[in-house]
Design a protein around this ligand. Sequence first.
Ligand code: SF4
Length: 330
Amino acid sequence: MTLLSVEDLSVTFDAETGTVHAVSGIDFAVEQGETVCLVGESGSGKTVACESVTQLLPTPPGSIEGSVSFDGEELTDKSERALREYRGGRVGHIFQNPQDALDPVYTVGSQVVEAIRLHRDDSKAEAKSRAIDLLDRVGIGNADERFHDYPHQFSGGMTQRVVIAIALACDPDLLIADEPTTALDVTIQAQVLDLLADLQAERGMGILFVTHDLGVVAEIADRVVVLYAGQVMERGTVEQVFTRPSHPYTKALLDCLPGRGASATIDGSLPDPKAPPTGCRFHPRCPHAVPACEQGDRPPFATVDGDHEAACILHEDPYELPAELGETDE
Ligand code: SF4
């Protein structure tokens, strides 16, 4: 069952120096029980795509066009009040910096209770019992005692566990996790990823996971959507994209992984989102660019295999696909 469907979504922001094209015509979907990873460099539009789902964006000034539907209901035309029913209810959010998500003047327990009572008719006692249970479930030892502690008394990893407990407070159908492990050390990151996998297996929720870390993607993703400069460049299952990267940008991202023998970064930088390049937005950095890459709009998606698609002109006649694209190297 499709939980989330994003179609032809474009988001712009009005800045003093011009219009920022944060995302332009992106499409992706999340099915029940699957994990979809949005990947790309910082500034590629991943967070804006995520925040568009329940309209957490700072608009106006700016605009959203296209469709975002959740469980068959269009969200883009819902009122702010209606959207609040989804946020923290059927859609849970985990953000990059857990400390920013908690209020330092309230105990963590009271913040979990508040999240529960915002969307459920539980009595205070019921909500407290559920909160302690949730804190315990996310791996906070002595949860009934730590319920009374303040955020500053928790380490970064433990704080992220509290944030996950809050996101799960109302048994969401969809969990949106925006770089949830970036601020954590490697050991804690692995624990949080394991926890999310366990909770997903237990509850069958869909997860939209945003990250620039392809090692994490390889570990948790069912499907991958590669974003560059606010547009989708490639999409497919994690096996398809990792074993047969078919867009030069995806290939360049994968080449940055440790042990691939290439540099840790891609030459060049992301374009100015106020003046994105014409044609393929990756053309100024692409080693395979031909003059036609600069013309018109983004190249259309070409089917690589099944629902594995790449938006690169080289997959069309009359171009010859470079040997490195489509090679299986794992
Ligand atoms: Fe490179 Fe052209 Fe393909 Fe873009 S369309 S990735 S510039 S070859």
